[in-house]
Design a protein around this ligand. Structure first.
Ligand SMILES: NC(=O)c1ccc[n+]([C@@H]2O[C@H](COP(=O)([O-])OP(=O)(O)OC[C@H]3O[C@@H](n4cnc5c(N)ncnc54)[C@H](O)[C@@H]3O)[C@@H](O)[C@H]2O)c1
Length: 268
């Protein structure tokens, strides 16, 4: 019988942002494919709900309450991983938030917080996972970027875009340094995927959803489960020659060069 290249049985995955949204969907996807999962979030109660679903699949799930902007907490997280599993095969770097502030109003403290979370924290997660994967001679890392990694959004997203741009360059550099040693590093760049924060912003601005949809030829917003297939592909041997890739998950937005805010003109 031919081996299933998507099978993750016996693999250990770690996913940040595992309590909700795309991090939760990614955690469930790799568990459904056979992996045990370390669930990382600042909302451990939410992550426990993800853990219960994974346990019901017959896989092991360990919840770690960890803020990915804090390097000491990340160090403890990997100590816990070493104790519980002694290896890591897949890291999904999903957690991390921006701040909405115009270029003239953004404070340096706000910018530093965003860069700490999305760039420095994620780099440290990659470094900790990478050290272990390099010594194993195998591993896969996925960083979540955004349309803001490659196009400007406007709408006071300056800090987020600066950080997400750095995330794709980090992905390319790590892939270039590590892929000869068996460690692949890729990025998924989603367009608008519904989450509680986005739903609130769309409620406050009734035109916003229509504006987003005008840049999505597939005709609907993303949903967290849209990340499941790509997650299994990138975590598994099915993608063994895919590294350094920036993969749009955007209902066709990038192909039509629509960007994150189609038709937007900044106020004069
Ligand atoms: N939703 C979108 O439209 C979209 C598009 C492109 C990129 N992204 C990016 O994808 C990632 C996930 O987005 P989502 O929509 O699934 O978000 P979400 O709000 O549904 O979930 C985020 C999760 O991360 C956790 N979290 C937040 N800060 C954390 C921290 N410092 N340490 C650990 N956990 C933390 C939250 O508790 C939550 O469980 C984010 O980085 C986001 O910027 C989102």
């Amino acid at each position: 019988m031919t081996a299933n290249p998507f099978d993750l049985t016996g693999r250990v995955a770690m996913v940040s942002g595992a309590a909700s949204g795309m991090g939760q969907a990614m955690s469930l996807a790799v568990a459904e494919a056979g992996a045990d999962v370390v669930l990382v979030d600042i909302n451990p109660e939410g992550a426990q709900i993800t853990a219960q679903q994974i346990t019901q699949l017959g896989r092991k799930a360990v919840v770690v309450d960890c803020d990915v902007s804090d390097s000491e907490q990340i160090t403890s997280l990997f100590e816990e991983l070493d104790q519980q599993f002694g290896r890591i095969d897949f890291l999904g770097n999903v957690a991390g938030q921006g701040v909405l502030a115009s270029p003239t109003e953004l404070t340096l403290a706000q910018l530093q917080r965003v860069l700490q979370q999305l760039v420095i924290g994620r780099f440290f997660m990659c470094q900790q996972a990478g050290l272990r994967m390099l010594s194993q001679g195998r591993g896969s890392i996925v960083n979540i970027g955004s349309l803001a990694s490659t196009t400007a959004l406007g709408r006071s997203h300056i800090a987020y875009s600066m950080a997400m741009g750095a995330v794709v360059q980090m992905t390319r550099e790590l892939s270039t340094e590590w892929s000869a040693s068996g460690v692949r590093v890729n990025a998924i760049l989603p367009a608008q995927v519904t989450n509680p924060g986005l739903l609130k912003r769309m409620e406050a601005d009734p035109n916003l959803q229509q504006q987003f949809l005008s840049g999505i030829p597939a005709g609907r917003m993303g949903k967290p489960a849209d990340i499941k297939g790509l997650s299994v592909l990138l975590a598994s041997d099915a993608s063994s020659w895919i590294t350094g890739a920036l993969i749009p998950m955007d209902g066709g937005n990038t192909a039509m060069n629509a960007g994150g805010t189609p038709g937007h003109r900044p106020p004069a």
